[in-house]
Design a protein around this ligand. Structure first.
Ligand code: BES
Ligand code: MN
Ligand code: ZN
Length: 515
């Protein structure tokens, strides 16, 4: 089954038509001067005998951010939510948060349908297409609630002091625009479909991350990917099992899964929507389905969060699904490098030396630095596709949490153009990224007396960069960027996957910024 939250997000363009006739569980009106002076609002207000205009003034009061109006005679919408609109100078993240919040309100009120009026006020430098795409993506991702492993009957539950819905009620959303020409309608519909599809990719990534590790082992993820991609004719899946990986001499990758009873899987998804001659963009995701640390075992507090250590692979999966859904005119290959990192009598021990597919030997000084070990071989393997650019995404270091916090993913690259484009797409989507240097000085720390490379180096200094420096030794033959998403891919409070950086990567690929 394709992972689904909303059934549909549609455009409803009105031409002096009456909004009072729109049947919906919740009509959302962003309150600003443009809206309150519009024909559509005036028509509604007339029906309400001036009540809506009065209420909207309340909604504009800074201390009073929204106002809910229940059933008014002559207005078909069951409820009306007046929300204080943002200002064009407001940061993009505030816009994203607002529309995610609206989806949550609709779920908490048990609404099945919702209609949102285009506020016609957009962030500075952004146009209507950008705006509609953003609304559509934020509503789809905001409506997501994880319920796969929960009681099937409960409608609400208490988390701390908050009562929240435990199931998605929202099914259909329409976005109301007014007086668009037929070309504008076409453009608006494309933007909405794109936003919806990317939102679905975001949710696919969130869902895979949120699944408990015993529900998402490498083998189970393989099953999920195969079942999902069956529904998209554009996607081709190939998976490599333990034997295949051994044949490819991926000693680095296999050293991670060695201690686990769960066999590893490398899942390769191909999407060919572009010219045959066009080189593919390659995406590589760290897919550690659970990271105990191995013999260098982690402390038990908060270890449950290591079920999200496969969010890089989840991002790859989410992006591939979105591209296929949009029927994007690009060639992309995605690799999900899945394995479980466990301690056992068979596990790799600190000091063990393994040989990677590239031929370089690696001394595993810390079995908790396992992400770079699976990525090393996945990066070597992806070279076979002769990619135009390679981007790996990995929840790689705790150090990036300290360096950047959760607002930005970390970017390091051997190609400045690629790093610039990643940062640009982050700004465009509000799924932001920030660069750290990857100078040669940092690359000396991977030296050891017993192998070509050690999997840790640099002590307490610049852990995020030293991890990237290690990866760079396996990415010398192509243009490459590494994204450390350890802080951005999930949130610890409230706990849940964020689906980042699916939006950023989709923007990067869809807008062909890599040509
Ligand atoms: N998956 C972790 C990184 C991580 C830690 C993500 C905390 C989110 C929160 C990774 O495999 C890891 O354990 N990295 C080590 C590397 C160290 C041993 C050089 C780390 O960051 O402590
Ligand atoms: Mn680890
Ligand atoms: Zn890890």
């Amino acid at each position: 089954m394709v992972y689904k939250v909303l059934n549909n997000i549609a455009l409803k363009n009105v031409n002096n038509n009456v909004i009072s006739n729109i049947a919906t569980d919740l009509l959302v009106i962003p309150v600003n001067k443009k809206v309150t002076s519009s024909y559509e609002f005036k028509e509604l207000d007339k029906k309400s005998k001036g009540y809506l205009l009065k209420s909207s003034k309340d909604a504009l009061n800074p201390g009073n951010q929204n106002h809910l109006v229940s059933s008014l005679e002559g207005i078909k919408a069951k409820k009306i939510l007046l929300i204080q609109d943002l200002n064009e100078k407001d940061d993009i993240y505030l816009w994203l948060n607002k529309y995610k919040y609206i989806a949550k309100v609709a779920n908490s009120m048990n609404c099945k349908s919702m209609a949102i009026l285009d506020g016609q006020c957009y962030p500075k430098g952004k146009d209507q297409s950008w705006f509609l795409e953003m609304i559509s993506r934020s509503i789809e991702s905001g409506a997501y609630i994880f319920s796969t492993t929960k009681n099937k009957t409960a409608k609400t539950e208490k988390i701390g002091k908050q009562v929240v819905s435990s199931k998605v009620s929202l099914k259909n959303v329409s976005i109301i625009t007014s007086k668009l020409s037929s070309t504008e309608i076409k453009k608006a519909k494309t933007a909405i479909l794109r936003g919806f599809s990317v939102g679905e990719g975001v949710n696919t990534a969130k869902h895979l991350g949120d699944l408990p590790a015993n529900h998402a082992t490498p083998k189970l993820i393989e099953k999920i990917v195969k079942n999902t991609t069956k529904q998209y004719s554009g996607l081709k899946v190939k998976t490599l099992n333990e034997k295949d990986l051994a044949k490819l001499k991926m000693g680095s990758y296999l050293s991670v899964s060695k201690g686990s009873d769960e066999p590893p899987r490398m899942i390769i998804i191909e999407y060919k929507g572009g010219n045959k001659s066009e080189k593919p963009v390659a995406l590589v995701g760290k897919g550690i389905t659970f990271d105990t640390g191995g013999i260098s075992i982690k402390p038990s507090s908060g270890m449950d969060e290591m079920k999200w250590d496969m969010c890089g692979a989840g991002t790859v999966f989410g992006v591939m699904c979105s591209l296929a859904r949009i029927k994007a005119n690009v060639n992309v290959v995605g690799i999900m490098a899945c394995a479980e990192n466990m301690p056992s009598a068979r596990a790799t021990k600190p000091g063990d030396v393994v040989t990677s597919m590239s031929g370089q030997t690696i001394e595993v000084l810390n079995t908790d630095a396992e992400g770079r070990l699976v990525l090393a071989d996945a990066l070597t393997y992806v070279g076979r596709y002769n990619p135009s650019y390679v981007i790996d995404m990995a929840t790689l270091t705790g150090a990036v949490v300290i360096a950047l916090g959760s607002h930005a993913s970390g970017v390091m690259a051997n190609d400045q153009f690629l790093a610039d484009k990643i940062i640009e797409s982050g700004e465009e989507t509000g799924d932001r990224a920030w660069q750290l240097p990857l100078w040669n000085e940092y690359k000396s720390c991977t030296k050891t007396n017993f192998a070509d490379l050690a999997n840790i180096g640099g002590g307490r200094e610049a852990g995020t960069i030293h991890a990237a420096a290690f990866l760079s030794k396996f990415a010398e033959n192509y243009k490459w960027a590494h994204m450390d998403i350890a802080a951005s891919a999930w949130s610890s409070s409230p706990k849940g996957g964020t689906g980042r950086p699916v939006s950023l990567i989709c923007d990067l690929i869809l807008n062909k910024k890599l040509k």
